[in-house]
Design a protein. Structure first.
Length: 159
């Protein structure tokens, strides 16, 4: 496998990608205006890029949102939701994996793309039993997208 240099954008955005949306307890809800959505190679807890057993990269959806959250005076409120996959619904509560919940929410909203400038509302709504006893239960989510208000996007004609 040969290594390729990252793009300028990837190089500049390396280093964690920002504060993440946190869902410590079932029932927690996070909401914000969607800034961006990208698919990137997932990282493990030590910051190492994740790969499958065959060496292929593990990808995840990263949705950046502007929230009202603030942990200190320097906190802009921007958060990233790292949406990984997984099959199956909740064993306790309701919901789907983050990836599946996003797909379902887009379908329910009649959208084909994540609405940049729109609103993301995500609720930690259940858990799925872990495949291995040493693992924590997988979180399951319920998600809703709201389109950006008409006229809120920037057009070429605005310049």
């Amino acid at each position: 496998m040969s290594a390729h240099a990252p793009s300028v954008q990837d190089f500049l955005s390396a280093g964690g990608g920002g504060k993440s949306l946190k869902f410590p307890d079932v029932g927690d809800i996070n909401e914000g205006t969607i800034i961006s959505a990208e698919v990137k190679q997932a990282k493990d807890i030590d910051g190492e890029l994740k790969t499958w057993a065959n060496g292929d990269p593990v990808y995840e959806l990263q949705i950046k949102v502007q929230t009202d959250l603030s942990e200190d005076d320097d906190d802009s409120g921007e958060r990233v939701w790292y949406c990984s996959g997984g099959k199956g619904g909740a064993d306790d509560g309701v919901g789907l994996s983050a990836q599946e919940a996003v797909k379902e929410a887009l379908k329910e909203a009649g959208m084909t793309e994540i609405p940049i400038g729109g609103t993301l509302r995500a609720r930690y709504s259940g858990t799925k039993k872990p495949a291995k006893r040493s693992h924590n239960p997988a979180k399951r989510y319920s998600v809703k997208f709201i389109a950006a208000p008409e006229g809120s996007s920037v057009s070429v004609d605005d310049f």
